[in-house]
Design a protein. Structure first.
Lengths: 352, 353, 573
């Protein structure tokens, strides 16, 4: 439905977005994930028509929106700071979009009433928005964005300004409302947990491009490169150099490891990184080809598993593994990984 | 570094300025001081006043506030508690008012002997004449020569068609020379005839502005403004000033005054000792100083008016460029005081409405 | 000791009590330096001694000037808004070459004494101004085609010239602080640009526009020099009438009656304004993204910006520029038979400023005039900032006393400089407050006039700081003073700088009260200019223009410096 094609934008002379392209399909909630300053909000404003791109275009069902002013896009946008109109009360804030469509009065009243019910704020119609709490403001902002029934809803860090408990509660509610209304949505956040809990599909924006896109599980199992693995905190990363291509063997400061690889294996002699996931580790046995040895420096009991910090050497002072059996702090330990569980990753951009 | 820094810096600067001023203000006052209240046009040579101060071993302070009207108001309003010892600057138009308010003490200066009787309008010696000046029509010599038009020599002549739109005057309600010129016409045509004259003058394209600055610098063609009117109601001394303050040195003034009978109105300025002074003797000495030849000779170059003392010599620029009318117009001060308001009102209705 | 603290602690919870504390010093200041002299003057003039009775009063003597004053003030204010609001938009939104210079230049008119402004318009539009000379040369005319001086149009133009900067400063300051997201939100919700402006931008700006309008209206209402010097004899406002009655006809009681009418009118307008704006109290979230200045992009936008810049230049800058140009040009009248006179560029007027030609006691060295003007301006800024901040905090308290005190604070704007000057004379004529021993009287008078501006600038800014920020700081353990320093001051900083510009410009250019209160020892720049222009002679006229140009230059650098501080502050933040 929504097609974003090769969007380019510079900020203060530096490229911010470099040919960003993606699509949003009907009934889909897409999460645009990226660190602060990656240009997520700018991209949203470009899609909304509030800012002009320097290249590329935005299409809705094949119609080019470039020359259509923002107010005719019929998109909804919910701002991080909510941007509620301070000179209007709750009901009038929610009614604003419908009034702009010159909807009949009765219909407006009806919609506002329903919207207030949906966000569970029935008694708040005449309250000043400046007197609302953060969570209340957030819900009013959502109701205001949804009331005119936009063809696409964009949410710019909608939970960013709230405290943790409220965030969890509201993210759940948001998901309910988004699924209930079946409006396609773009949800911008820098918080991966939030993204995982809301998104049907994730887009990871980094260094001006969509680095990876797919279902949340894809990111977990098949991170595209080292940066993605780091961003999601998937596990321990160790740098090395490819020693042989088939079978894949990588030379690292503490030994040679055999690994697997998504897609094409790297060339011999190429720099690469290995991902060791904590929960795929086991106590090394004689049959293991991939082993690491270090000193246990900390141990945390986590219910079913024990989380161990292991000091391998000066370069890798804190290697994390999860084991089902406890270890003894201060003792040396050997950890093994099966070849299938070590993922060889490209040293993509953003490795700094 | 942050946003507050510059503000705090400015605050410190201001604090220093305030302290500085307070310290200067608190400097110990001189022992004996004579205070003279006057108007903004008052001026005097520094050497001359220093000499007087040294002779008398005192300091003279001047309070100059506004024009003649403002200064006189100030003297009247503060008469219970006078701000000064001497007041200079009442002219014959305001003389009666000043005398009625009884702001002065009488002083019969010996130097009055050197002053012609025509200037001594106050027989009680409360207000003593210091200088006089004539409000005259100035004309642009070049214009009349270039266009081969004779210079008008009387008030009546101004009504001739060849002078249509050539004269600019000031509103008597807002300007002292404007009022003086109105009084000249009253002296010439009497209270019954002056309005008809003004009516005719207005029909002959008279231009009226509010103040002397506009009339002289904007409308008059003879000075820097290069305006459209070659005749302006100004002072008899203005031609001399044009020479003294010329951009390029001039041998001869570009303007001159029309000095026919009653075309000029004579303004005489007076000085008096303010009632309530603690320094009567000093004040008397200062008045003698003002009437004496050295001060009287300083007057023309400083204030562009003429000394009343017969023994005072005029500077060269004045001798060459100023004609003093033989028959200047004048009206009795009491009549001016009584009728001024009604004259101005009638004038306003005739000329402006 | 403990009981006192407890007493104070309990009292400090009460808003009225707190408001009283904040108002204490400003109220004493106003009472002592404004209401006391004014009441004393009225008391004296209506006493038996002056023989005044209401019966002698002619109704039309009051009604005519009052009607004209209102009429011209209304029209002038309307025109000022028509020019000022789009200009505020221009300054708040766009980045364009020469912006900083234009901003400073548009502030300059405000400081210039009327004598100078009249001279400026004269050099541009007078019978021998650049425009008329040009047209006459171009079409071979014998008479100047444009009549400007002594027309109603001249009054309106000069008022727009003077006051547009108030609207620009007050409104663009608020505009640039508006949360851009609100406009974005409206657009996304389907509001067209015009509707966005009408439904969101304008309502949010309304208190600021009203505040600016009030100031402009009051300024036009009490206009004196412009009407006298550019309007000519056909036009008289109340203030001009007061001047004529008081200083030329010595009819002080009538002048007093007119002054009272003017004061009552000012009070009424202020009360009306307050009732219109009292309900509006809009918080802004300081972390909200504010407008980012940008280059005009689309064709229409660029066109509008160019038009605005051209209008501002021709209206506000060209009279100043032509004045400055004239101060470098010899333009002697044709001298009849004596043939050619040298014309061309000259620095003579500037050189002559430094020469005491006649050895006069009252000669003013230009540096001394500049220094005095600045010292007085700095004192004015000091007084008004302290009092202005106190009043702004007083107004913040929700106490009924604000409804009484706020209009009383605005009154000095409606007080005629002449009346106040005369009042000063009869009250402050004894040590320690005699003008002779207390030179601070002049900056005090300037402060009285500037204070309403400062309060109107600071108060909205202060109101818009949400209390939650202070509470946050308090929760983090900051003392009240620390909270003020860490929270209030940085957020107020832009408004404080605008206030400083207002105080500086008012003090540098004020001439009415200055006539009464300057001492020969401390002549200011406007006084020096007036001294030159009130004497005949080309050199005097040239020197007046040269001094005016210096005044403009000095003011411009002052404003530029302040603006620099402002942007520098932004960078450091």
């Amino acid at each position: 439905m929504l097609t974003v094609e090769n969007i380019e934008k510079t900020y203060e002379g530096k490229p911010l977005l470099k040919k960003v392209s993606f699509e949003v399909h009907p009934d889909e909630t897409v999460c645009l994930l990226g660190p602060s300053g990656s240009g997520k909000s700018t991209l949203l404003r470009i899609i909304a028509g509030l800012e002009e791109s320097e290249g590329g275009r935005v299409l809705w069902k094949g119609e080019d929106l470039t020359d259509i002013p923002a107010h005719q896009h019929k998109f909804g946008l919910m701002f991080q700071d909510y941007a509620l109109f301070p000179h209007r009360n709750v009901a009038k804030n929610i009614a604003f979009g419908l009034r702009m469509q010159n909807a009949p009065k009765e219909e407006i009243q009806q919609t506002v009433k329903e919207a207030l019910r949906t966000i569970e704020m029935t008694g708040f119609a005449d309250r000043k928005v400046t007197e609302l709490s953060g969570g209340e403001q957030q819900r009013v902002a959502l109701a205001r964005a949804l009331a005119p029934q936009p063809r696409l809803l964009m949410l710019d860090e909608p939970l960013g300004a709230l405290d943790r408990t409220l965030r969890e509660q509201l993210s759940f509610e948001l998901r309910r409302i988004l699924h209930q209304t079946r409006i396609p949505a773009i949800y911008v956040t820098h918080d991966q947990e939030e993204a995982f809990s809301i998104a049907d599909r994730l887009l990871l924006l980094h260094d001006g491009v969509i680095l990876q896109s797919g279902k949340p599980a894809d990111f977990y199992h098949h991170p595209k490169n080292v940066w993605v693995a780091k961003f999601f905190g998937l596990g321990n990363l160790v740098e090395g150099e490819v020693r042989s291509r088939s079978p894949l063997a990588v030379n690292t400061p503490f030994g040679v490891f055999h690994a697997r690889c998504d897609g094409n294996a790297p060339q011999k002699g190429e720099k690469t990184s290995l991902l060791f996931r904590p929960n795929q580790a086991h106590i090394a046995g004689i049959e293991d080809t991939n082993t690491l040895t270090g000193k246990v420096i900390d141990q945390v009991f986590q219910g079913e598993t024990y989380r161990l910090s292991i000091r391998i050497n000066y370069d890798i002072p804190n290697f994390i593994v999860s084991l089902s059996v406890p270890a003894e702090i201060g003792k040396m330990i050997s950890i093994g990984y099966s070849t299938e569980d070590i993922l060889c990753l490209q040293n993509g951009k953003g490795e700094s | 570094m942050n946003k507050r820094q510059p503000i705090i810096l400015m605050f410190l600067m201001m604090l220093i300025a305030v302290l500085g001023l307070v310290i200067t203000a608190c400097a110990p006052p001189q022992l004996r001081t004579l205070t003279v209240m006057t108007h903004d046009s008052f001026a005097i040579s520094e050497d001359l006043i220093t000499q007087f101060e040294e002779e008398q071993d005192i300091t003279v302070r001047f309070i100059r506030s506004g024009d003649t009207g403002t200064a006189l108001n100030q003297a009247i309003l503060s008469k219970e508690n006078p701000l000064a010892d001497v007041f200079y600057g009442v002219d014959n138009a305001f003389l009666t008012r000043a005398l009625e308010e009884e702001i002065f003490l009488p002083y019969e200066s010996p130097l009055l002997l050197e002053i012609p009787d025509q200037f001594k309008l106050d027989p009680t010696f409360m207000a003593l004449p210091v200088d006089y000046g004539d409000v005259c029509i100035n004309y642009d010599k070049g214009y009349f020569e270039d266009n081969n038009i004779p210079v008008p020599q009387s008030l009546e002549a101004l009504l001739e068609p060849q002078y249509e739109g050539l004269l600019v005057t000031e509103n008597p309600a807002t300007s002292s020379p404007g009022l003086a010129f109105l009084m000249a016409t009253i002296a010439q045509f009497g209270e019954e005839g002056y309005l008809n004259y003004w009516q005719a003058l207005a029909e002959n394209g008279l231009v009226v502005v509010n103040d002397w600055e506009t009339a002289y610098y904007t409308n008059f063609s003879g000075s820097s403004g290069q305006g459209p009117q070659p005749m302006v109601v100004s002072y008899g001394s203005s031609p001399a000033a044009e020479v003294i303050f010329a951009e390029t040195e001039l041998e001869e003034a570009p303007t001159a005054s029309i000095i026919g009978p009653n075309t000029c109105f004579r303004q005489i300025e007076y000085v008096g000792i303010l009632r309530g002074t603690q320094n009567t003797a000093l004040a008397e000495a200062f008045i003698d100083f003002m009437l004496s030849a050295p001060f009287q000779e300083d007057i023309p170059m400083q204030m562009f008016v003429f000394p009343v003392n017969e023994n005072a010599q005029l500077p060269q620029a004045f001798q060459e460029n100023v004609q003093i009318p033989n028959e200047p117009a004048s009206l009795p001060p009491e009549q001016i005081d009584q009728k001024r308001e009604s004259w101005i009102e009638a004038w306003t209705e005739t000329v402006l409405d | 000791m403990k009981t006192i603290r407890e007493f104070l602690g309990r009292r400090s919870k009460n808003p009225t009590w707190r408001a009283v504390l904040f108002w204490l010093v400003p109220a004493l200041f106003l009472g002592f330096f404004f209401y006391q002299p004014l009441l004393a003057l009225f008391n004296l003039l209506f006493s038996k001694e002056w023989g005044f009775s209401l019966g002698t009063l002619n109704f039309s003597q009051v009604w005519d000037p009052l009607w004209f004053t209102t009429y011209q003030a209304f029209l002038s204010t309307l025109l000022t808004l028509i020019i000022g609001l789009p200009s505020a938009w221009l300054f708040a939104r766009f980045r364009f070459p020469g912006k900083r210079v234009l901003r400073v230049l548009t502030t300059l008119p405000f400081i210039l004494p009327t004598v100078v402004v009249a001279a400026g318009f004269n050099t541009l539009l007078g019978p021998r101004g650049w425009i008329n000379l040009g047209l006459m040369a171009l079409f071979d005319l014998s008479t100047p085609p444009v009549t400007f001086l002594n027309t109603f149009g001249a009054i309106l133009t000069a008022h727009v010239f003077y006051n547009t900067t108030i609207i620009i400063r007050v409104v663009s300051n608020a505009w640039s602080k508006q949360n851009i997201r609100l406009e974005h939100a409206a657009k996304v919700l389907g509001a067209s640009p015009w509707r966005t402006f009408r439904e969101v931008t304008l309502p949010l700006l309304q208190p600021h526009i009203l505040a600016g309008t009030l100031l402009v209206f009051l300024f036009n209402f009490t206009s004196f020099g412009v009407v006298l010097m550019l309007g000519g004899p056909q036009f008289a406002t109340l203030e001009v009438e007061i001047y004529i009655q008081a200083l030329h006809l010595l009819n002080l009681p009538l002048a007093a009656v007119l002054s009272i009418v003017q004061l009552v009118y000012t009070l009424t307008i202020t009360l009306l304004h307050n009732s219109l704006t009292s309900s509006k109290n809009l918080s802004i979230t300081p972390r909200a993204q504010t407008l980012v200045e940008r280059r005009p992009n689309k064709g229409v936008e660029r066109f509008a910006v160019i038009i605005l810049v051209v209008v501002l230049f021709s209206l506000l800058v060209s009279p100043l520029a032509s004045l400055a140009a004239r101060s470098f040009v010899k333009l002697e009248p044709s001298r009849g038979e004596r043939g050619d006179i040298e014309r061309g560029l000259t620095l003579q007027f500037y050189r002559e400023l430094g020469v005491n030609r006649r050895g006069s006691l009252f000669y003013v060295p230009p540096i001394a005039a500049i220094r005095n003007s600045f010292v007085f301006a700095l004192i004015t800024i000091f007084i008004t900032l302290i009092l202005g901040l106190l009043v702004a905090y007083g107004l913040r308290q929700s106490s009924p006393i604000n409804h009484v005190l706020d209009p009383l604070l605005m009154l000095p704007l409606g007080a005629s400089a002449i009346t106040l000057g005369l009042g000063f004379i009869i009250v402050f004529n004894r040590p320690p407050f005699s003008n002779l021993n207390f030179p601070i009287l002049l900056p005090i008078a300037h402060s009285l006039i500037a204070l309403p501006f400062i309060v109107r600038t600071l108060s909205p800014a202060l109101q818009s700081i949400p209390n939650s920020l202070r509470n946050a700081a308090r929760a983090l353990g900051a003392s009240p003073l620390r909270i003020w320093y860490e929270v209030d001051l940085p957020l107020l900083a832009p408004s404080i700088l605008v206030s400083i510009i207002f105080a500086l410009t008012i003090s540098l250019g004020e001439f009415g009260a200055s006539t009464f209160l300057t001492r020969p020892e401390y002549p200011t720049m406007p006084v020096a200019i007036f001294r030159y222009i009130s004497q005949p002679g080309a050199l005097n006229y040239g020197q007046a223009l040269a001094m005016s140009t210096l005044l403009m230059l000095v003011c411009a650098s002052g404003i530029l410096l302040i603006e620099r501080l402002q942007t520098a502050g932004k960078d450091w933040f």
